[in-house]
Design a protein around this ligand. Sequence first.
Ligand code: 5GP
Ligand code: MG
Ligand code: MG
Length: 178
Amino acid sequence: MNKIQVHDKNFEILLENETINKRIRLIGIQLNVDYENRCPVFIGVLNGSFLFMADLLKEVEIACEVGFIQVTSYKGTESTGKIKETFGLPTDLRDKDVVLVEDIVDTGLTLKYILEKVYEQNPASVTVCSLLFKPKALKGPIDELNYVGFEIPNEFVVGYGLDYNGLGRNLKDIYRAV
Ligand code: 5GP
Ligand code: MG
Ligand code: MG
């Protein structure tokens, strides 16, 4: 399906599942090399990262820990910048190599908030792996953003974990609003 409707909005295909999975395989290979013998902790940022986290971690073959954090900030299609932690960091991160797994970095405000929380625990290192990145929406540099699946235009997207007012997370492809 190339065109879909979610609530009142029309969307067209941006990234097919096959394209997404090919890219994820490559990121996995890179993580296996970069984190060999480091036993990193992968922390998925819920809800949006749930499919990416699952597919990515299937490509990670090194020893690792897995956890999640849940934050909410978005209402509709605009970032509110007001972030609320609804589900906290899972393990003690002291001296650990942390890999934060995000669905998308838009303004970067959510990530800044989460990074602060993670650094409070004195980890050995922190890196961010985001499936999508909108460079034109970013409100300040994020040095930790070392793994990006796709840079996309500054447009609202749904699918593959990302929702529009609660719907669309289960779509296996990624669509952009038209
Ligand atoms: P940021 O704080 O970087 O502006 O974005 C935070 C969160 O807003 C993302 O993790 C994601 O859940 C949501 N978000 C940002 N851009 C989009 C988008 O284009 N589509 C959807 N569905 N959610 C987005
Ligand atoms: Mg997110
Ligand atoms: Mg959302």
